[in-house]
Design a protein around this ligand. Structure first.
Ligand code: BG6
Ligand code: MG
Length: 217
Protein backbone atom coordinates (compact mmCIF):
# COMPACT_ATOMS: atom_id res chain seq x y z
CA UNK A 1 0.00 0.00 0.00
CA UNK A 2 1.25 3.50 -0.84
CA UNK A 3 1.38 5.72 2.23
CA UNK A 4 2.45 9.23 2.90
CA UNK A 5 4.19 8.86 6.26
CA UNK A 6 4.02 11.90 8.51
CA UNK A 7 4.65 10.47 11.97
CA UNK A 8 6.62 7.72 13.70
CA UNK A 9 5.26 6.26 16.91
CA UNK A 10 7.73 4.45 19.16
CA UNK A 11 6.96 1.74 21.66
CA UNK A 12 9.26 2.12 24.69
CA UNK A 13 10.14 -1.14 26.45
CA UNK A 14 12.37 -3.23 24.16
CA UNK A 15 12.45 -0.59 21.40
CA UNK A 16 14.03 2.53 22.87
CA UNK A 17 15.70 0.89 25.86
CA UNK A 18 16.03 -2.64 27.19
CA UNK A 19 13.47 -2.37 29.98
CA UNK A 20 12.06 -5.70 28.75
CA UNK A 21 14.99 -7.17 30.74
CA UNK A 22 14.02 -5.20 33.88
CA UNK A 23 10.38 -6.32 33.59
CA UNK A 24 11.73 -9.88 33.38
CA UNK A 25 13.94 -9.48 36.46
CA UNK A 26 11.09 -7.97 38.49
CA UNK A 27 8.61 -10.73 37.56
CA UNK A 28 11.32 -13.36 38.12
CA UNK A 29 11.95 -12.05 41.65
CA UNK A 30 8.24 -12.06 42.46
CA UNK A 31 7.73 -15.53 40.96
CA UNK A 32 10.71 -16.93 42.91
CA UNK A 33 9.28 -15.53 46.15
CA UNK A 34 5.94 -17.18 45.36
CA UNK A 35 7.59 -20.48 44.37
CA UNK A 36 6.39 -20.18 40.78
CA UNK A 37 8.68 -21.30 37.95
CA UNK A 38 9.32 -18.47 35.47
CA UNK A 39 11.85 -18.56 32.66
CA UNK A 40 13.18 -16.09 30.12
CA UNK A 41 11.16 -18.00 27.53
CA UNK A 42 7.96 -17.52 29.57
CA UNK A 43 8.84 -13.83 29.69
CA UNK A 44 8.67 -13.52 25.89
CA UNK A 45 4.88 -13.86 26.18
CA UNK A 46 4.81 -10.82 28.48
CA UNK A 47 6.33 -8.37 26.00
CA UNK A 48 3.92 -5.49 25.37
CA UNK A 49 1.29 -7.04 27.63
CA UNK A 50 -0.35 -5.01 30.44
CA UNK A 51 0.65 -5.50 34.08
CA UNK A 52 -2.67 -7.24 34.87
CA UNK A 53 -2.44 -9.64 31.94
CA UNK A 54 1.25 -10.28 32.68
CA UNK A 55 0.36 -11.36 36.21
CA UNK A 56 -2.23 -13.80 34.87
CA UNK A 57 0.43 -15.30 32.60
CA UNK A 58 2.93 -15.56 35.48
CA UNK A 59 0.35 -17.18 37.78
CA UNK A 60 -0.65 -19.62 35.01
CA UNK A 61 -3.99 -20.51 36.60
CA UNK A 62 -2.80 -20.58 40.24
CA UNK A 63 -5.56 -19.31 42.51
CA UNK A 64 -5.14 -15.94 44.21
CA UNK A 65 -7.84 -13.54 45.39
CA UNK A 66 -8.30 -10.14 43.70
CA UNK A 67 -6.73 -8.46 46.75
CA UNK A 68 -3.72 -10.80 46.67
CA UNK A 69 -3.29 -10.15 42.96
CA UNK A 70 -3.23 -6.43 43.55
CA UNK A 71 -0.53 -6.84 46.20
CA UNK A 72 1.50 -9.06 43.86
CA UNK A 73 1.32 -6.42 41.10
CA UNK A 74 2.31 -3.68 43.53
CA UNK A 75 5.30 -5.75 44.66
CA UNK A 76 6.41 -6.44 41.11
CA UNK A 77 6.08 -2.75 40.32
CA UNK A 78 8.15 -1.87 43.37
CA UNK A 79 10.95 -4.17 42.14
CA UNK A 80 10.65 -2.71 38.64
CA UNK A 81 10.79 0.87 39.92
CA UNK A 82 13.99 0.09 41.83
CA UNK A 83 15.57 -1.21 38.62
CA UNK A 84 14.61 1.77 36.44
CA UNK A 85 16.24 4.28 38.81
CA UNK A 86 19.54 3.11 37.30
CA UNK A 87 18.55 4.18 33.75
CA UNK A 88 20.59 6.99 32.15
CA UNK A 89 20.86 8.35 28.57
CA UNK A 90 23.59 5.73 28.02
CA UNK A 91 20.86 3.08 28.10
CA UNK A 92 19.35 3.96 24.73
CA UNK A 93 19.46 0.85 22.55
CA UNK A 94 22.02 1.06 19.71
CA UNK A 95 20.65 2.87 16.66
CA UNK A 96 17.88 4.72 18.50
CA UNK A 97 19.59 8.11 18.89
CA UNK A 98 20.56 8.14 15.20
CA UNK A 99 17.11 7.15 14.08
CA UNK A 100 15.45 9.86 16.17
CA UNK A 101 17.90 12.45 14.82
CA UNK A 102 17.27 11.47 11.17
CA UNK A 103 13.49 11.45 11.58
CA UNK A 104 13.51 14.85 13.29
CA UNK A 105 15.79 16.34 10.61
CA UNK A 106 13.36 15.15 7.98
CA UNK A 107 10.41 16.82 9.68
CA UNK A 108 8.51 13.76 10.92
CA UNK A 109 6.38 14.02 14.02
CA UNK A 110 7.50 11.65 16.80
CA UNK A 111 5.34 10.21 19.56
CA UNK A 112 5.62 7.51 22.17
CA UNK A 113 2.93 4.89 22.85
CA UNK A 114 3.74 2.51 25.69
CA UNK A 115 1.54 0.18 27.71
CA UNK A 116 3.63 1.02 30.77
CA UNK A 117 2.48 3.18 33.64
CA UNK A 118 6.18 3.85 34.28
CA UNK A 119 6.85 5.17 30.75
CA UNK A 120 7.20 8.82 31.76
CA UNK A 121 9.80 7.99 34.44
CA UNK A 122 11.84 5.94 31.97
CA UNK A 123 11.66 8.71 29.34
CA UNK A 124 12.75 11.25 31.96
CA UNK A 125 15.73 9.10 32.98
CA UNK A 126 16.70 8.70 29.32
CA UNK A 127 16.42 12.52 28.94
CA UNK A 128 14.09 12.15 25.96
CA UNK A 129 11.23 14.32 27.26
CA UNK A 130 11.76 17.01 24.61
CA UNK A 131 11.91 14.55 21.71
CA UNK A 132 8.30 13.41 21.57
CA UNK A 133 5.37 15.57 20.66
CA UNK A 134 3.15 13.35 22.78
CA UNK A 135 3.69 10.52 25.27
CA UNK A 136 0.86 8.00 25.64
CA UNK A 137 1.31 5.52 28.47
CA UNK A 138 -0.44 2.88 30.56
CA UNK A 139 -2.89 5.50 31.84
CA UNK A 140 -4.01 6.71 28.39
CA UNK A 141 -6.61 4.13 27.29
CA UNK A 142 -8.63 1.24 28.75
CA UNK A 143 -8.02 -1.46 26.13
CA UNK A 144 -4.38 -2.47 25.97
CA UNK A 145 -2.44 -3.87 22.97
CA UNK A 146 -3.29 -5.89 20.81
CA UNK A 147 -6.28 -3.52 20.69
CA UNK A 148 -5.50 -0.56 18.38
CA UNK A 149 -6.74 1.98 20.97
CA UNK A 150 -3.39 3.27 22.29
CA UNK A 151 -2.02 3.93 18.79
CA UNK A 152 -5.26 5.54 17.58
CA UNK A 153 -5.32 7.73 20.70
CA UNK A 154 -1.70 8.79 20.05
CA UNK A 155 -2.30 9.58 16.35
CA UNK A 156 -5.29 11.68 17.32
CA UNK A 157 -3.23 13.60 19.91
CA UNK A 158 -0.59 14.53 17.32
CA UNK A 159 -3.18 15.25 14.64
CA UNK A 160 -2.03 12.66 12.08
CA UNK A 161 -4.29 10.09 10.35
CA UNK A 162 -3.51 6.49 11.32
CA UNK A 163 -2.60 5.54 7.72
CA UNK A 164 0.11 8.23 7.78
CA UNK A 165 1.76 6.76 10.90
CA UNK A 166 4.47 4.12 11.24
CA UNK A 167 5.05 2.22 14.51
CA UNK A 168 8.24 0.66 15.94
CA UNK A 169 7.29 -2.36 18.07
CA UNK A 170 9.15 -5.30 19.62
CA UNK A 171 6.05 -7.19 20.83
CA UNK A 172 3.70 -9.37 18.84
CA UNK A 173 0.75 -7.77 20.63
CA UNK A 174 2.12 -4.33 19.68
CA UNK A 175 2.56 -5.23 16.01
CA UNK A 176 -0.99 -6.59 15.99
CA UNK A 177 -2.22 -3.34 17.55
CA UNK A 178 -0.39 -1.21 14.95
CA UNK A 179 -1.82 -3.26 12.06
CA UNK A 180 -5.30 -3.13 13.60
CA UNK A 181 -4.91 0.67 13.73
CA UNK A 182 -4.12 0.66 9.98
CA UNK A 183 -0.58 1.93 10.62
CA UNK A 184 2.65 0.76 9.01
CA UNK A 185 4.17 -1.75 11.45
CA UNK A 186 7.93 -2.04 11.87
CA UNK A 187 8.74 -5.13 13.94
CA UNK A 188 11.95 -5.22 16.00
CA UNK A 189 13.13 -8.73 16.88
CA UNK A 190 12.95 -12.29 15.57
CA UNK A 191 10.44 -13.19 12.84
CA UNK A 192 8.81 -15.77 15.18
CA UNK A 193 7.77 -12.81 17.34
CA UNK A 194 7.17 -9.88 14.99
CA UNK A 195 7.08 -11.56 11.57
CA UNK A 196 3.60 -10.26 10.77
CA UNK A 197 4.90 -6.66 10.65
CA UNK A 198 5.27 -4.82 7.31
CA UNK A 199 9.04 -4.59 7.92
CA UNK A 200 11.09 -6.71 10.31
CA UNK A 201 14.56 -5.86 11.66
CA UNK A 202 16.48 -7.81 14.26
CA UNK A 203 17.45 -4.70 16.27
CA UNK A 204 16.86 -0.93 16.12
CA UNK A 205 20.40 -0.56 14.73
CA UNK A 206 19.32 -2.62 11.70
CA UNK A 207 16.36 -0.40 10.82
CA UNK A 208 16.68 0.78 7.20
CA UNK A 209 14.82 4.06 7.05
CA UNK A 210 15.24 4.41 3.28
CA UNK A 211 13.57 1.04 2.83
CA UNK A 212 10.65 2.08 5.04
CA UNK A 213 10.34 5.50 3.43
CA UNK A 214 10.27 3.83 0.03
CA UNK A 215 6.61 3.51 0.94
CA UNK A 216 6.27 7.26 0.46
CA UNK A 217 4.13 8.45 -2.44
C1 BG6 B 1 4.94 -2.82 28.35
C2 BG6 B 1 5.91 -3.95 28.61
O1 BG6 B 1 5.59 -1.79 27.67
O2 BG6 B 1 4.42 -2.32 29.57
C3 BG6 B 1 5.24 -5.03 29.44
O3 BG6 B 1 6.35 -4.48 27.37
C4 BG6 B 1 4.68 -4.41 30.72
O4 BG6 B 1 6.20 -6.03 29.75
C5 BG6 B 1 3.72 -3.28 30.36
O5 BG6 B 1 3.98 -5.40 31.47
C6 BG6 B 1 3.12 -2.59 31.59
O6 BG6 B 1 4.15 -1.96 32.31
P1 BG6 B 1 4.00 -1.34 33.76
O7 BG6 B 1 5.26 -0.54 33.93
O8 BG6 B 1 2.77 -0.46 33.73
O9 BG6 B 1 3.84 -2.46 34.71
MG1 MG C 1 7.82 -3.22 23.88
Amino acid sequence: MKRSLKAFIFDLDGVITDTAEFHYQAWKRLAAEEGIPFTRKDNEELRGVSRERSLELVLAGREYTAEEKKLLMDRKNQYYKELITTITPDDLLPGVADLIKKLKENGYKLALASASKNAKTVIKNLELEEVFEYIADGYSVQNSKPAPDLFLFTANKIGVSPENCAVFEDARSGVEAALAANMLAVGIGPAERVGIADYVYETMADVDLDEILGERE
